[in-house]
Write a protein that binds this ligand. Structure first.
Ligand code: LR7
Ligand code: MN
Length: 598
C-alpha cells in the first residue's frame, strides 16, 4: 500500500515528476537506456534464432559489455533475465512462498551474486569531485524483521564493497526479534565463517518495531556518524564520501542519498530522478518536484538540495547530534510516522535536512508491506497522532479533519517529547510551514494561493513516459505457431482484467498489438498484457516493468517470456476459445508464436 501512497511508476515516482533536465537525461539516463536498447536491438534477434532462454548465444549477448564490467570493480553481473527464469515446479513454490513472506522475488535474490554489478547512476559531474580523505567514520545501522537472508547479505556486501575502509567504523545489524526459522543463525554463521569483522549482529528481546530497534542500534554504535539503512538496499559507488563531507561541514546537517529503485520482481536496478520529500494532511509522506529553478545550471545537479521531509529509511546524521535532538520517539510502534517526526524536529530545532545527489542507494520498493503489528494496531495512525500532538500546534486540526475517528484513539503519553521540544527551544510549526515548506497546500488556501503554490512545483519538462518502441515492428498480430489462431481479448478491449483467448486470425483491433520501449505488449493501443497466475490478463499499463515486461524473438517461432513471472505464455488447448495461461518455459510442450506484421 506504500505503492499506492507514492503512486510509483516504472521509475518509482509519479508520472508528474520532471525528469530533471537535459543533463541528467542525456548523461546518466541516456547512457543506461542506450545500454538497455542493446537488449532489444532488432539485429540481435535476427542473428540469434532459436529458443531465447536456452540459447547460449543469447545469454552471452545479454551480458554486459566489457566496459561496464570494469566499472563494476570486477563484481560479476549475472543477467537478471536468465536468473528470473523459473526452471521447475519446486522453484515456482519457492518463489510463491517468498512473495507471501517477503513481497519480493527471492528466487532471483537467491540466484543473484551477493556481490553484483549495478549501474553507476550518478551525474557524471559527481565523478570529478574529490573529497577530503580525513572524514569522520560511520556506524551503519540496519534493523530487520524477517528479511530474506540473501537480500540482507547483499545489502551488507554492497556496503563492504563500496565503502572506503577508513570511513566504515562498523555495520550494526539489529534483528528485531524475527521469527523466521534459522534466519538469525544463518546470518550469524555467515558473518563468522566469512570473517566479516566489521559486522556486528544483535537481537532485541522482543519485537520493538523499526523505531525502537533503531534507537537500540544507535546506542551500540561507536562511529562519529550514524547511517541508517533499510535491510533490502544496495549502496552504489562513491555513496559515502559526499554524505560524510556534508556532515563534517556542519554537525547539524542531516543528509540523504538519492533512493534508486530495485524492482521487487526482477531486481533490476534503475536510476531515480532528483525529487524532494513532502507530505499531505493525512500525514503521508510523498515525493514531489523540486521548486522551479532549483536545477538551472549543471552544478546544481551535484549540490545538496534542501528537503522538507525524508522518506525515513536512508539517512546519515552525526551521532552526537542525533542524541542531542532526541533520537526518536520511543513511544512509536512498529512502522510509520517517525520519518515526519524526525524531519519536523530537525528543521524546527535548528538543523537542516538535505538530499545529496551524488550519493545513491538502491532500495527494493515492495508493492505491499508483508508484515503487520503483533497486536494488529494501526501503528501509522498511532504514530502520526504523536507527531501531530507534539509538533504541529493548531495545524494538527487539519490532520484530525482527515481522520474522523482519530479523536478516539489513544496515542499514549507524549509529555517527554513536548518537554524535549521546549528544552531544544524549537521553532513552531507555523515557522516550519512558512520557511521550510511554503509550497505545502493548506486546506484554507484560496484559489490565488493555490495557483502560486502549484506553479512553484511545476515541472520544466516531461519525460516521454510511454513511447512506442522504435526500430521495431509497428503493429502485429500474435499467432500460435502452425495454426491460424491469434491472441485476442476474451471481452471487449475496454474491459479491465479481461482474459485472453485464441480466435481465428482476423485484422480486428482486438488482435492488434504494439510493443513499447519498456517491452510492454499493448493491445488495441489501450491495455497491457500482464502475467498473472494462472492466466495472463489485460490491465492498465503501470510502467513498472516486471509482470508487464515481455521478451521474445522477432519473426516466427518464438516463446513469449515474462520477466516478472519468470514463465512463458502458453495455452490450455490448441483450439478456438482456449484461454491463455502462464507456463514453465522449460515445458517441452511450450507454445511458440509468430509475430505477423499488419
Ligand atoms: O517491526 C519492524 N522491525 C524492523 O526492524 C518493521 C520493520 N523493520 C525493518 C525492516 O526490516 C526494514 O529494514 O525496518 C526497515 C523498514 O521497513 P520497511 O522496509 O518495511 O519500510 P518501507 O521501506 O516500506 O517504509 C519507509 O517508511 C518507513 C516508515 O516507518 C521507514 O521509515 C522505512 O525505513 C522507510 N523506507 C524508506 O524510506 C526507503 C524508501 C521507501 C520510500 C518512500
Ligand atoms: Mn524498505
Amino acid at each position: 500500500y506504500l505503492y499506492t501512497q507514492l503512486s510509483i511508476n516504472s521509475n518509482g515516482y509519479s508520472k508528474d515528476f520532471t525528469s530533471n533536465s537535459e543533463i541528467l537525461r542525456n548523461d546518466v539516463v541516456d547512457k543506461v537506456s542506450k545500454f538497455k536498447r542493446k537488449y532489444v536491438d532488432k539485429s540481435y534477434y535476427k542473428k540469434n534464432q532459436g529458443h531465447p532462454f536456452n540459447n547460449k548465444a543469447l545469454v552471452e549477448r545479454l551480458k554486459p559489455v566489457e566496459k561496464y564490467k570494469q566499472e563494476a570493480n570486477n563484481n560479476v553481473e549475472k543477467d537478471l533475465f536468465e536468473l528470473g527464469l523459473v526452471q521447475n515446479v519446486e522453484e515456482q513454490k519457492i518463489k510463491d512462498e517468498g512473495y507471501k513472506v517477503h513481497a519480493y522475488n527471492i528466487l532471483i535474490s537467491n540466484k543473484l551474486d551477493l556481490h553484483r554489478y549495478i549501474p553507476d547512476t550518478r551525474n557524471s559531474l559527481c565523478k570529478n569531485i574529490s573529497y577530503e580523505t580525513n572524514l569522520p567514520s560511520a556506524s551503519i545501522i540496519i534493523c530487520f524483521f524477517n528479511e530474506h537472508n540473501t537480500t540482507l547479505l547483499r545489502t551488507v556486501h554492497s556496503i563492504l564493497d563500496r565503502t572506503p575502509d577508513n570511513l566504515l567504523n562498523e555495520i550494526i545489524l539489529v534483528d528485531d526479534y524475527s521469527d523466521l526459522k534459522n534466519l538469525h543463525e544463518d546470518i550469524e554463521s555467515y558473518i563468522k565463517s566469512h570473517k566479516l569483522n566489521k559486522v556486528k549482529l544483535f537481537k532485541t528481546e522482543r519485537r520493538e518495531g523499526l523505531i525502537r530497534a533503531r534507537i537500540f542500534g544507535s546506542q551500540k554504535a561507536k562511529g562519529e556518524v550514524l547511517v541508517f539503512l533499510d535491510s533490502h538496499v544496495e549502496v552504489n559507488r562513491g555513496w559515502m564520501e559526499p554524505l560524510l563531507t556534508r556532515i563534517k561541514d556542519k554537525k547539524s546537517n542531516v543528509v540523504m542519498p538519492v533512493i534508486d529503485i530495485i524492482n521487487p520482481d526482477t531486481f533490476a536496478y534503475s536510476s531515480s530522478p532528483l525529487v524532494r520529500g513532502g507530505f499531505n494532511w493525512g500525514l503521508h509522506f510523498k515525493w514531489e518536484n523540486l521548486p522551479k529553478g532549483t536545477l538551472s545550471k549543471p552544478e546544481d545537479f551535484v549540490k545538496s538540495i534542501k528537503s522538507p521531509t525524508m522518506a525515513g529509511g536512508l539517512f546519515a546524521i552525526n551521532r552526537k547530534y542525533f542524541i542531542d535532538i532526541g533520537e526518536y520517539d520511543a513511544g512509536m510502534n512498529i512502522w510509520g510516522g517517525e520519518n515526519l517526526e524526525i524531519s519536523f524536529r530537525i528543521w524546527m530545532c535548528g538543523g537542516s535536512l538535505e538530499l545529496i545527489p551524488c550519493s545513491r542507494v538502491g532500495h527494493v520498493f515492495r508493492h505491499r508491506r508483508p508484515y503487520g503489528s503483533p497486536d494488529g494496531e494501526d501503528t501509522m495512525l498511532h504514530n502520526s497522532l504523536r507527531v501531530a500532538n507534539v509538533w504541529m500546534d493548531d495545524y494538527k486540526e487539519y490532520f484530525y479533519n482527515q481522520n474522523k475517528h482519530a479523536k478516539d484513539v489513544n496515542f499514549g503519553d507524549v509529555t517527554s517529547r513536548i518537554q524535549l521540544r521546549k528544552e531544544l527551544k524549537c521553532q513552531d510549526f507555523d515557522w516550519y510551514l512558512k520557511n521550510i515548506y511554503p509550497e505545502l497546500i493548506l486546506p484554507s488556501d484560496d484559489e490565488e494561493r493555490l495557483k502560486k503554490k502549484w506553479s512553484a512545483l511545476e515541472h520544466d519538462k516531461y519525460q516521454p513516459w510511454h513511447s512506442r518502441k522504435r526500430n521495431y515492428i509497428d503493429e502485429f498480430q500474435i499467432r500460435l505457431k502452425n495454426s491460424s489462431l491469434c491472441i485476442q481479448s476474451a471481452k471487449d478491449v475496454k474491459t479491465k482484467s479481461s482474459l485472453l483467448v485464441l480466435r481465428p486470425c482476423i485484422k480486428s483491433k482486438n488482435q492488434i498489438w504494439y510493443e513499447t520501449d519498456k517491452n510492454e505488449l499493448v493491445l488495441a493501443q489501450l491495455l497491457c498484457l500482464q502475467a498473472a497466475t494462472p492466466n495472463p490478463i489485460l490491465y492498465k499499463c503501470h510502467e513498472l516493468g516486471a509482470d508487464q515486461e515481455w521478451k521474445h524473438k522477432e519473426g516466427t517461432n518464438s516463446p513469449i517470456y515474462n520477466l516478472g513471472a519468470g514463465t512463458c505464455l502458453g495455452v490450455s488447448k490448441r483450439k478456438v476459445n482456449a484461454t491463455l495461461e502462464m507456463k514453465l518455459c522449460t515445458d517441452p510442450n511450450l507454445s511458440t508464436w509468430d509475430f505477423i506484421n499488419v
